[in-house]
Ligand binder design. Structure first.
Ligand code: HEC
Length: 129
């Protein structure tokens, strides 16, 4: 019985967390995401088209195929990852790049705050023509 109660407790926590994450995604704030971009990504990535720095330009990244930014020298891992950068894939990648693209040369440990990730992805989605 106590075991069952513990299970129900865990299930309730899991449900609460997923509701929370969904809420954060709905309320995503691109202006707040721009701040996160400048704090976490801009040292290596430009938000301008065709400007590659240590990493490829992130202009137009949402919906782009992995490893397809012209003129950028990708690692074999990123080049051959064969993924599309949907918001869902980006959400997992930004949380833990090595998990989604094992062997990536992106030296970034991951952004663990789900609200910040949602805001950041909302900002990335504005980077298009
Ligand atoms: C210290 C430098 C550095 C930081 C900080 C960094 N990146 Fe990167 N990023 C890279 C490099 C280098 C690559 C190329 C990886 C490869 O070829 O393996 C890359 C690749 C990527 C890609 C794949 C692009 C493509 O065209 O396939 C995405 C998406 C990306 N980064 C997003 C981000 C985001 C969002 C942030 C901020 C949360 C961030 N990166 C922070 C260096 C960085």
């Amino acid at each position: 019985m106590s075991c069952f109660r513990r299970f129900m407790g865990v299930a309730a926590v899991v449900a609460a967390v997923s509701v929370g994450a969904g809420g954060a995604a709905r309320a995503a704030d691109p202006a707040a995401g721009k701040v996160v971009f400048h704090q976490q990504c801009a040292i290596c990535h430009s938000d301008k088209p065709g400007v590659n720095k240590i990493g490829p330009s992130l202009f137009g990244v949402v919906g782009r195929h992995t490893g397809s930014e012209p003129g950028y020298d990708y690692s074999v891992a990123n080049k051959n990852a064969n993924l599309v950068w949907t918001p869902e894939v980006l959400n997992k990648y930004i949380a833990d790049p090595q998990k989604v693209v094992p062997g990536t040369k992106m030296p970034y440990g991951g952004l663990h705050n789900a609200t910040k990730r949602a805001n950041l992805i909302a900002f990335l989605a504005t980077l298009k023509k």
